[in-house]
Design a protein around this ligand. Structure first.
Ligand code: URA
Ligand code: URA
Length: 259
């Protein structure tokens, strides 16, 4: 489908279509923790799509104060939920999947992109891979509610293909701002796509894993993606992931449970 098709498609939207789109938009926001919206539209003066710049390049750092950051994360999630940058993903997604977790989470997991379950629910890592991620988090002595979880790409690519470089690039601004606002102390990149995109490298996950890298001063531990560990794939690699997580816990100054 090319842009012209999509535009003529849009013009054929019925009131019922618009209602459905609005409901999906609001679902995406609620899943991202957005419970209220400003009564007035944000100031104009953004990019060519009429969007407002997420960060103000001049003036005091907008991420200084916690309430301000909470508000800006809300605005960012709202902007992402209406994003039209990737023509293919705009039509294939049910909703955007922004991220979940507390501000100032000590640890942030970054995955690749939503799958089918996440696309339905609007929350990252809630499908099969997510269940395994939950067990990994629990094995580390942490709670899912205490960590922040997001993805490189906020929309589900059709057929669970990897996000293209262009799609990841389109989403980069959102990810960077999200991390700037959440301010995790540590990041765990899950799988090759997340690790390579976050760090801007083409090294294999086998080479990247088990070591600390740097993202804007934040230590980044790379490990295998939980989907890679599922039955039928490479469950024997769970041992490697556990070794990686123990390194992360040591660096975080946390005990290894069961020791
Ligand atoms: N895989 C990912 O990379 N992210 C999700 O949110 C779910 C599955
Ligand atoms: N390939 C990936 O993309 N991720 C993994 O974790 C393992 C293999």
């Amino acid at each position: 489908m090319n842009e012209k098709d999509i535009l003529s498609e849009q013009s054929k939207l019925t009131p019922a279509d618009l209602t459905r789109q609005l409901r999906q938009h609001l679902d995406s926001l609620r899943a991202a923790g957005v419970y209220w919206l400003p009564a007035e539209p944000p100031q104009a003066g953004g990019g060519s799509d009429g969007a407002v710049p997420i960060a103000n390049a001049s003036g005091p750092s907008p991420a200084d104060d916690r309430e301000q950051r909470r508000h800006e994360l809300t605005v960012l999630a709202e902007r992402v939920s209406g994003c039209q940058r990737c023509t293919e993903l705009v039509v294939s997604r049910s909703r955007t999947v922004f991220g979940v977790g507390p501000l100032d989470a000590e640890l942030c997991f970054v995955g690749e992109a939503p799958g089918a379950t996440e696309d339905q629910r609007g929350e990252p890592f809630v499908g099969e891979a997510g269940q395994l991620l939950n067990r990994i988090i629990a094995a580390c002595g942490m709670k899912r509610e205490d960590v922040y979880i997001c993805n490189i790409c906020k929309c589900r690519p059709p057929g669970n293909r990897q996000p293209t470089a262009q799609e990841a690039g389109n989403c980069r601004e959102y990810l960077e701002r999200q991390l700037e606002l959440v301010r995790p102390k540590f990041i765990c990149a899950l799988g090759a796509c997340a690790a390579q995109n976050l760090l801007g490298t083409s090294q294999s996950i086998g080479k990247l894993r088990g070591r600390f890298h740097d993202y804007k001063g934040i230590p980044v531990l790379c490990t295998y993606h939980p989907a890679f560990l599922l039955p039928g794939r490479s469950p024997h690699k769970k041992r490697d992931v556990w070794e990686d997580m123990k390194k992360l816990l040591a660096r975080m100054g946390r005990p290894v449970p069961g020791r």
